[in-house]
Design a protein around this ligand. Structure first.
Ligand SMILES: [Zn+2]
Length: 203
């Protein structure tokens, strides 16, 4: 008799018990990719393969709330800009990870905790940056979210600001402005967080 290790897979409509990065398996139209699903959310249907799409937990969100040294995820499709941000932020003492695509950035968001995410609005030219910012903002104890953009339209500006991101920076990026905004935001958050931790320790 053979035995099999059965990996639990989840279907659209089921409620996720655990937050994490899930691998999405489509029927035929698209290669597997990663999505972030938060506990309590329903696994979504696929526009193309409907209820036949399946989800496997790739990376549970265990370590998202542990305190760490300052880390920044830079989601940036222009290699020169990514490189510049990496160097400047590293020289300010941040640990920098660069993602060149939306899928890569979402995968990284689930695998490691970042204190801040700096994403361009037109990541991959399809406004995936907006979706990434939205995802990051939904995470519990989630990162500070900074969006960068070339000539934004009034519509996209309204949309970005309506999401309550933490900072908006225009391209070409003034790195001095960006790093000072980032350190102000980090400091403000550290103060807030320390209050939360103290209160928690009393319980
Ligand atoms: Zn599908």
């Amino acid at each position: 008799m053979r035995s099999y290790i059965v990996e639990r897979s989840f279907r659209p409509g089921e409620i996720a018990a655990e937050s994490g990065v899930y691998i999405v398996l489509h029927v035929h139209h698209r290669a597997p990719h990663s999505v972030l699903v938060l506990a309590g959310m329903r696994f979504p249907r696929c526009r193309d393969c409907g209820d036949r799409v399946r989800f496997h937990l790739e990376q549970p969100a265990r370590k998202w709330d542990e305190p760490r040294t300052p880390t920044v995820l830079v989601a940036e499709g222009e290699p020169e800009v990514a490189q510049q941000l990496r160097e400047e932020l590293a020289s300010e003492g941040y640990e920098v990870t660069v993602a060149a695509s939306y899928d890569q950035a979402v995968g990284l968001l689930g695998r490691a905790q970042f204190d801040a995410v700096i994403t361009e609005l037109d990541l991959e030219g399809e406004r995936a940056g907006l979706e990434l910012a939205r995802t990051a903002l939904r995470m519990r104890g989630g990162p500070l979210v900074i969006v960068s953009t070339h000539n934004p339209t009034v519509h996209s500006l309204r949309e970005v600001l309506g999401m309550r991101i933490h900072y908006l920076v225009t391209k070409p990026i003034d790195v001095g402005e960006l790093t000072s905004a980032l350190s102000r935001l980090m400091m403000r958050r550290a103060i807030t967080k320390s209050g939360v931790y103290e209160a928690g320790n009393l319980a």
